[in-house]
Design a protein around this ligand. Structure first.
Ligand code: B16
Ligand code: MG
Length: 214
């Protein structure tokens, strides 16, 4: 029996993934490091510093920690410029309608995101007061595929991990959910992977799979 749904944010609730790509691309170009959309797929659900390390793997230079911090900060400034332009229009109607229906069905709803920009993004799309719990990159030590961010969300909701369903667009996030003994529904880039319990063609399909679990 599912009592709570924990949503990944970037790539699930809204499409901030495109802004991550643009901001990392700008930095990579400046550093003369090859980086394309295929490389970007490896960064889904991965923390900011780990993402930078993955990008720098293709660099011939070795950078000091201070330099890496400065690069990450620079990328985040570019990324936040995109986030600041987001509005409630960037929350798809299908997502909002489905969230509302899930809430009306008595489910607890939480966010489980690796992003340290979670509160800013939720504010931009008008969801800052919607969720019953928010677990994000500012609250965790280990990023996905470690399950910490989802365990924290379930703990905040006071729901047993076995009664949680995670919705994820990253394979790293699907692995994280499974290692916390949660059920996981994959969507978008994670669709079809062999870790998830369910695969969503679109967000509202959540309503269908929930009926099959009950
Ligand atoms: P930030 P999610 C993740 O969000 C993104 O998928 C990942 O690409 C990003 O590096 C990470 O957040 C950290 O984001 O730089 O904003 O702290 O998918 O877990 O909601
Ligand atoms: Mg994601």
């Amino acid at each position: 029996m599912i009592e709570a749904i924990i949503f990944d944010l970037d790539g699930v609730i809204c499409s901030t993934d495109q802004y991550h790509y643009k901001a990392w691309k700008e930095l990579a170009d400046e550093l003369d490091i090859p980086f394309d959309e295929k490389d970007n797929e490896k960064l889904r659900g991965v923390s900011r510093m780990e993402s930078l390390d993955i990008i720098l793997e293709k660099s011939s230079k070795k950078y000091l920690n201070d330099e890496k911090q400065a690069f990450a900060e620079k990328k985040n400034i570019i990324y936040q410029q995109y986030l600041n332009q987001m509005t409630v229009e960037d929350l798809p109607k299908e997502v909002m309608d489905t969230l509302q229906k899930l809430r009306n069905n008595g489910l607890k709803l939480a966010i489980g995101s690796s992003s340290k920009n979670t509160l800013l993004i939720l504010k931009q799309i008008g969801l800052e007061n919607f969720f019953d719990a928010i677990s994000d990159g500012t609250m965790i030590t280990y990023s996905k595929p470690h399950p910490e961010v989802f365990m924290k969300a379930a703990d905040l909701l006071n729901v047993n991990y076995k009664h949680c369903l995670v919705v994820e667009d990253a394979v790293a996030g699907c692995i994280a959910a499974k290692s916390a003994s949660m059920k996981v529904a994959a969507i978008a880039s994670a669709y079809g992977n062999n870790v998830a319990d369910f695969h969503l063609n679109c967000f509202k399909d959540l309503l269908i799979i929930l009926n099959t679990i009950k």
